[in-house]
Ligand binder design. Structure first.
Ligand code: GLP
Length: 240
């Protein structure tokens, strides 16, 4: 694992943005895996700023999101589809064919998971996967106990994740208790992974990810076994 320690959230976002743009320009047809939540907002903001300055183009890239809540329409303000459109896709030069997000409203959810998994295979896997981390070590929506070889599937959210994510909803009752997520095996197929960790509340998770035992009880620990992982974390996440 390559560990990059930065001062704060802004510097973390600057660093990941540079790395992202490097891959965007270096690769002929880059395939990006994207995350939602608070952590990557700074990255998306910077990408839009750089695009507006006319410095970069996304016309040759493909995007796959990690996950989506089950039951939320893509226009629901708390859906990840809405988040992505709002934070990034509506502001850059991408067409709907370049963007992939699991459909949490699909009639046949199992079929939707298989379709998503196949799309990633057809794209010859993800070149750069951006990851955040849940305080319980979840990646995507793969909660503790998920087998390391899991593929895109319907999963149950833990009460702790529902509680933490309720800040993006009007009330905790509105938070779906199921989601579609890329599996841990799917994420591990990515050629390169960058995990972003910011804030004091993530310091235990950071320690376990980098130094802890590799165990299915802490999903992010699997990253220790991937050959191309960079963790960009700020001083607060390092407990300083
Ligand atoms: C959600 C997402 C994850 C994300 C995590 C951390 O549960 N499914 O992909 O990494 O939250 O979110 P945050 O960055 O807001 O701490």
């Amino acid at each position: 694992m390559k560990i990059v320690k930065v001062k704060d959230y802004e510097e973390m976002s600057d660093k990941v943005c540079e790395l992202f743009i490097d891959r965007l320009t270096a690769l002929k047809n880059p395939v990006f895996g994207l995350a939602t939540g608070s952590t990557p907002k700074g990255l998306y903001k910077r990408l839009v700023q750089r695009y507006n300055k006319g410095k970069i183009s996304f016309d040759h890239a493909t995007f796959f999101n990690l996950d989506e809540y089950i039951g939320l329409d893509q226009n629901h303000p708390s859906s990840y589809a809405y988040y992505m459109k709002n934070k990034l896709y509506n502001h850059i030069n991408v067409s709907s064919e370049q963007i992939h997000i699991p459909n949490g409203k699909a009639k046949d959810l199992k079929k939707e998971c298989d379709r998503y998994e196949q799309l990633i295979r057809d794209a010859n896997y993800i070149d750069l996967q951006i990851l955040g981390i849940g305080i319980n070590g979840h990646i995507g929506f793969n909660e503790p106990g998920t087998p390391f070889d899991s593929r895109t599937d319907v999963v149950q959210l833990t009460n702790s994740t529902i509680k933490v994510n309720s800040r993006f909803f009007n009330s905790i009752e509105e938070v779906p208790n199921e989601a579609i997520t890329m599996g841990i095996g799917t994420i591990m197929d990515s050629k390169e992974i960058v995990m972003l960790i910011s804030g004091e509340h993530k310091s235990k998770a950071l320690q376990q990810t980098i130094y802890g035992e590799v165990t299915e009880n802490f999903p992010a620990s699997i990253l220790q076994t991937h050959e191309n992982v960079t963790i960009i974390a700020d001083a607060a996440a390092f407990g300083e």
